[in-house]
Design a protein around this ligand. Structure first.
Ligand code: SF4
Ligand code: SF4
Length: 442
């Protein structure tokens, strides 16, 4: 048999035709309409999974083209939150359809210049790191301080930013002057460890929420887990993958897989649903036809845990005894719940903390509107979606909203003030870390 004709798996991200069997599963019932956050705002068929599946079918038949700007706009008006997949009776893998279509757009048209410029900095992590540190050092020029460790554009930047919805009401977490990975050694040693875990910090925790990352490390130390934090790790690649940039996520994925292999760790821990989803699922898929990296991706996929699942189900963590007086509600990050299937574990941890009164919010797993960069490209829709989330938070009477994803923390922080909420926004792991700290001080 000639070498070219040897069968190899068809990756939907490389060959659009491979999504046909997913499209065929759709029975056009419209069940996805009830849960789609974009449809709840815009009420148009084109915004819901069923409508996009019809467009995908037309593209495969050739009656619609991926270089049609209307088709492109429609295919990018989706958070890839996967809410529709939860309620789909025939289990259509809509996330795969959406990402395969976006990858096909990039194959056909290339990336727009701005995305190309931004994404190429991610391929050079040292350069990206220098840029983030410079941004932190200069942020006082363009931003003023707001809320708890937040910043907002100041005049005249806010005036100029209005054109792209980046005005004085946009609250962001401040960039940390010293990122997490610069604060910690590459190996946090512990006497007589029960395990060694590699911590994949992700960009948001590294640059915006280093204290949350330190809380996660503290919790692992409290449970006698040695923590490897390789400095060579880079962005997980999900922010570029959702824009169809397969080349960049593959480059980042290879770098990350090599960095983790060098740690000698038995487990890989994340505190972000998107990063964890990349390790558990996406790397396996995008490297399926790469003989060297497929094995590495499979290896780490089986050893990747969100910190809550690791504490509860792997090492059976030590229950904290320090008091944290707070009324807490919990928001399910889409990627944490719908990709990593983690939703029970953070709630159990919160309920284990003495002093915490837990209040479940309505529609806790409804998307907050962040969608990674969706909030940057579709600010109006993202803000409408966030308003519903803030109302659910406020209705609980909680003083704290906890979640398991830094991007959700940013989005909720930005919208609480906009819609009259006064809650603190915290990663659930920080509440557990505080409880451990409080038992030491008492
Ligand atoms: S719920 Fe599933 S089967 Fe029904 S229209 Fe939506 S994608 Fe198709
Ligand atoms: S992934 Fe989310 S935003 Fe996209 S169609 Fe499904 S429910 Fe709607």
């Amino acid at each position: 048999m000639p070498a070219e004709s040897v069968a190899r798996p068809q990756l939907a991200y490389d060959e659009l035709q491979a999504i046909q069997k997913e499209l065929d599963k759709c029975m056009h019932c419209g069940g996805c309409m009830a849960v789609c956050p974009v449809y709840a705002t815009n009420k148009t068929e084109a915004d819901v999974a069923r409508g996009k599946i019809a467009v995908a079918g037309a593209v495969l038949e050739g009656s619609l083209k991926l270089d049609d700007p209307e088709v492109v706009d429609m295919l990018f008006n989706c958070l890839v939150c996967k809410s529709c997949m939860q309620s789909c009776p025939t289990k259509v893998d809509f996330g795969r359809i959406m990402l395969a279509l976006r990858a096909a757009i990039v194959r056909e048209k290339g990336l727009p210049w701005l995305k190309k410029a931004i994404f190429s900095t991610l391929k050079h992590p040292e350069l990206f790191d220098r840029g983030m540190k410079l941004g932190a050092a200069l942020s006082g020029i363009a931003f003023r301080k707001v809320g708890e460790n937040g910043i907002a554009p100041r005049s005249p930047f806010a005036f100029v930013g209005k054109a792209v919805d980046f005005d004085e009401n946009r609250w962001l977490p401040a960039l940390a002057p010293v990122p997490l990975r610069d604060r910690q050694p590459e190996l946090v040693k512990i006497e007589k460890p029960v395990a060694r875990a590699a911590f994949f910090t992700g960009c948001s925790m590294n640059y915006f929420y280093p204290e949350t990352g330190e809380d996660l490390i503290q919790v692992l130390k409290e449970n006698r887990v040695e923590v490897a934090i390789p400095k060579k790790q880079a962005c997980c690649g999900i922010p570029v993958f959702v824009h169809g940039d397969l080349e960049t996520i593959r480059e980042l994925g290879r770098r990350n897989l090599d960095a983790m292999e060098a740690t000698g760790a038995e487990y890989l821990i994340t505190g972000c649903g998107s990063c964890g989803g990349a390790w558990q699922h996406e790397y396996k898929e995008i490297f399926a036809t790469d003989p060297e990296y497929a094995k590495k991706a499979e290896y780490w996929a089986a050893r990747t845990y969100d910190i809550s699942a690791f504490l509860l189900d792997v090492i059976h963590y030590r229950k904290p005894t320090g008091k944290v007086e707070a009324v807490v509600t919990y928001h399910d990050s889409c990627h944490l719940k719908k990709t990593m299937k983690v939703s029970r574990e953070p709630r159990e941890i919160l309920k284990d903390v003495p002093g915490v009164t837990y209040k479940e919010m309505a529609n806790a797993d409804a998307c907050c509107g962040s969608g990674g960069s969706y909030v940057l490209t579709h600010f109006g829709t993202a803000t409408d979606i966030a308003e519903r989330k803030v109302n659910s938070v406020k209705d609980t009477g909680a003083d704290t909203v906890a979640t398991g994803c830094p991007a959700c923390m940013m989005q909720i922080f930005d919208n609480l003030h906009r819609f009259g909420g006064e809650q603190k926004v915290r990663h659930y792991i920080s509440i557990l870390a505080e409880s451990y700290r409080n038992e030491q001080s008492s």
